[in-house]
Design a protein around this ligand. Structure first.
Ligand SMILES: *[C@@H]1O[C@H](CO)[C@@H](O)[C@H](O)[C@H]1NC(C)=O
Ligand SMILES: *[C@@H]1O[C@H](CO)[C@@H](O)[C@H](O)[C@H]1NC(C)=O
Ligand SMILES: *[C@@H]1O[C@H](CO)[C@@H](O)[C@H](O)[C@H]1NC(C)=O
Ligand SMILES: *[C@@H]1O[C@H](CO)[C@@H](O)[C@H](O)[C@H]1NC(C)=O
Ligand SMILES: *[C@@H]1O[C@H](CO)[C@@H](O)[C@H](O)[C@H]1NC(C)=O
Ligand SMILES: *[C@@H]1O[C@H](CO)[C@@H](O)[C@H](O)[C@H]1NC(C)=O
Ligand SMILES: *[C@@H]1O[C@H](CO)[C@@H](O)[C@H](O)[C@H]1NC(C)=O
Length: 456
């Protein structure tokens, strides 16, 4: 046996060989430890009284963010003609960029915005870790098989939980000692099909919630590492779509949404957090129900304008499913097929969408210690955030806190129906024009929502 082989073998056994024993320097891997978290927690609603109430606030709060009257001149001075405009700092190195001049990267939060955004992402990673394990604990192998998932598919879900340990560790390390800890959760699903739909929708707002702030972080270093974890989450979202029998990716672009949208969607499933948990600054908007959520079971032209009350909860609006029924077969797909054959779109432009929303002032989230609020006026529009686009349709038939709207017909680019995939809608008081990089300015106009709309 050569030194190399014995070093490898000892490494597999978990025995540390002498470093000098290996001419290739191969020794026991010694990676940093993962963040500690409870092995298993109960999944029950919170019944106590919170010791504190409301979002985290600073000692001074301004009156609002005002839109600039014009574009800063420096934004448009670069001559975009394909020639180098400045001297190169080194061979093969174009001038410009941030953090490219030999600075030592520091992977931490550099502002309140960074800390609060990363802390939100950490709350998300912790719930995913618990969620992926919960389905595997709660449902039997037979339950999964009935939904079209085999043992290897279940192993993949278990591996996704391991990925979340890594993501939670990464963000905890960047935040430091006061990073939010794992909480206790309470989920609405009652069978495998609903579980897969919940996972698919939860990972959608996890992913989109990060895209909404990535480009705005002060810490480019944190943004770089977060990108490297959110791309894994994007793969998880697509796999859950496939498990459920949905077309894997009907869109050309993945939408980004503001932090308060992600927090509004996430918080209701957190029942309690440990004492001294670091709190968040983000807003919880009043919840929005989609009364007739498009589903695999009702795909196509049915379910147009009939209130079905077909979701388990507002916000995520996971479609109710009977455990006996396997809606995958409706599209000729097995749960785990890569691309279902004969797939027909779940919704279509011109479809009537029935909506109902809650009034503000409801206690939600960890220990019921956050309170829903809105700064908006009268409910007038439905905002559709999908791909690169934000568009509005009029809110019709308003009766108290319910109404309906008609699914819009628009393309992101020619040939790409914009309202598609798992996307976001919200009730607003205005049809303010916004683009992906200033989308968070919608928040003061949100009456209720967001809700996840299963366009396809
Ligand atoms: C939330 O509930 C947990 C468990 O009862 C408790 O330890 C924690 O202190 C509570 N936190 C708040 C903010 O009420
Ligand atoms: C919605 O359906 C649930 C049962 O799934 C029922 O308990 C509830 O009363 C219904 N709500 C409305 C507004 O119809
Ligand atoms: C989503 O996009 C696919 C591919 O372009 C298209 O076939 C489908 O009809 C779209 N779905 C909706 C709801 O428009
Ligand atoms: C769906 O409902 C809307 C509004 O009631 C109507 O205009 C449209 O024609 C309907 N479409 C189909 C395919 O039934
Ligand atoms: C408005 O909603 C109430 C129930 O909340 C219902 O009784 C009433 O019929 C509705 N009005 C109209 C015009 O639909
Ligand atoms: C969708 O977004 C793209 C990219 O910003 C833009 O060019 C297009 O005009 C938008 N389409 C609609 C219907 O808003
Ligand atoms: C958002 O950005 C677009 C440019 O992409 C600009 O036209 C629009 O006025 C901005 N909206 C606000 C409210 O600042």
């Amino acid at each position: 046996m050569t030194n190399w082989n014995s070093a490898l073998w000892l490494g597999v056994l978990g025995i540390m060989p002498l470093a000098s024993a290996s001419p290739l320097g191969l020794s026991e891997p010694s990676a940093p430890p993962t963040a500690s978290h409870p092995a298993s927690l109960p999944h029950t609603p919170f019944t106590g009284t919170p010791t504190t109430t409301g979002a985290l606030t600073a000692s001074s709060i301004g009156t609002g963010i005002v839109e600039s009257a014009s574009v800063a001149p420096a934004e448009t001075t670069y001559v975009s003609d394909g020639e180098l405009q400045n001297a190169e700092p080194a061979p093969y190195v174009p001038a410009g960029g941030v953090g490219t001049e030999g600075q030592i990267p520091v992977y931490n939060a550099k502002s309140d915005f960074d800390y609060e955004s990363l802390a939100l992402a950490l709350y998300q990673e912790w719930i995913e870790l618990d969620l992926f394990q919960d389905g595997l604990r709660r449902f039997s192998a037979k339950d999964f098989e009935d939904a079209g998932l085999n043992a290897a598919d279940r192993d993949l879900i278990a591996f996704m939980a391991e990925q979340e340990v890594g993501h939670a560790t990464l963000i905890s390390n960047m935040l430091g000692a006061d990073a939010p800890k794992q909480c206790q959760y309470d989920y609405p699903y009652t069978n495998v099909q609903e579980y897969l739909d919940f996972c698919q929708k939860l990972t959608r707002f996890g992913e989109s919630g990060v895209y909404g702030f990535l480009g705005h972080l002060d810490s480019r270093e944190a943004a770089t590492l977060l990108t490297q974890s959110i791309t894994t989450e994007a793969r998880q979202q697509m796999i859950f779509r496939q498990f459920e029998g949905l077309f894997p990716m009907p869109v050309w672009f993945e939408v980004g949404v503001p932090q308060s949208w992600a927090w509004t969607l996430l918080a209701p499933y957190i029942s309690s957090c440990p004492a001294d948990q670091t709190r968040l600054v983000w807003q919880n908007f009043p919840a929005l129900w989609i009364e007739n959520q498009p589903t695999l079971a009702n795909a196509g032209k049915h379910n147009n304008g009939t209130a079905f009350n077909n979701t388990l909860s507002p916000g995520t609006n996971v479609a109710k499913s009977s455990s006996k029924e396997n809606p995958n077969s409706k599209n000729g797909a097995s749960g785990a097929s890569v691309t279902p054959e004969g797939y027909s779109p779940l919704s279509f432009p011109g479809r009537r969408v029935d909506l109902r929303w809650e009034e503000p002032g409801k206690a939600v989230g960890p220990n019921n210690s956050y309170v829903t609020s809105t700064q908006a006026g009268e409910a007038k529009f439905v905002a559709w955030a999908s791909q690169l686009n934000l568009t509005y349709t009029p809110l019709l038939g308003i009766n108290g806190s319910s109404g309906y709207t008609i699914q819009p017909d628009m393309e992101t680019y020619e040939g790409d129906p914009a309202v598609n995939g798992t996307m976001f809608i919200a009730i607003t008081d205005s049809d303010i024009f916004l683009t992906p990089f200033n989308l968070s300015m919608i928040n003061t106009h949100v009456v209720a929502g967001p809700a996840l709309y299963q366009a396809d």
